[in-house]
Design a binder for this molecule. Structure first.
Ligand code: PNS
Length: 164
């Protein structure tokens, strides 16, 4: 069985992520989308909220699972007996960081963990969770970027925070 992990922050999930998930799910037998508990990055949504949104967004993809993890990706992948990581590349600006992380994972895992890159569909190449949050913060239209229920969650979150 060909299994892969798609790790990330997904704060929140965008159509760019969903495009990668769908394409990966068409190639791999099982794709686990996994949200990182990242102590180094402050997030708008809790890990539980992000997992819930990813589950809703991928509910029609039977071979996609949603999970969360903390610590090193190589340890998490080993615990799941997965040897392939999926990442999306939007532009050349992503490449340097992604290359560094994939090479490090390959080295640390003694060659046990490889990374497969999907080039983002051109219509989503401009998209990032950060820009989506900024648009939502200023009450702009995020409908081209995220599913409706994510747009609603963004609005609810910023309303709850009184846009501070
Ligand atoms: O969506 P993001 O924030 O770009 O995802 C980054 C992620 C989760 C893929 C990366 O930060 C990660 O794998 N972190 C886990 C910690 C780890 O294994 N670090 C070593 C790689 S240099």
């Amino acid at each position: 069985m060909k299994k892969a992990i798609y790790p990330g922050s997904f704060d929140p999930v965008t159509y760019g992520h969903l495009d990668i998930i769908k394409r990966a799910a068409a190639i791999f037998d099982e794709v686990t989308v996994s949200v990182l508990y990242n102590v180094k990055k402050s997030s708008l949504f809790s890990v539980d909220e992000r997992v819930k949104m990813l589950k809703e967004a991928t509910k029609d993809l039977p071979n996609v699972k949603v999970d969360s993890f903390s610590g090193l990706l190589i340890d998490y992948a080993k615990s799941k007996d997965v040897h392939c990581v999926i990442r999306g590349l939007r532009a050349i600006t992503d490449f340097e960081y992604e290359l560094q992380v994939s090479q490090t994972n390959h080295l640390l895992s003694h060659g046990d963990l490889d990374t497969v890159f999907f080039t983002t569909d051109l219509q989503y190449s401009y998209l990032s969770s950060s820009s989506v949050k900024e648009i939502a913060y200023f009450q702009g239209d995020v409908s081209p970027c995220v599913p409706d229920f994510v747009a609603d969650a963004l609005e609810a979150k910023y309303a709850e925070q009184d846009r501070k």
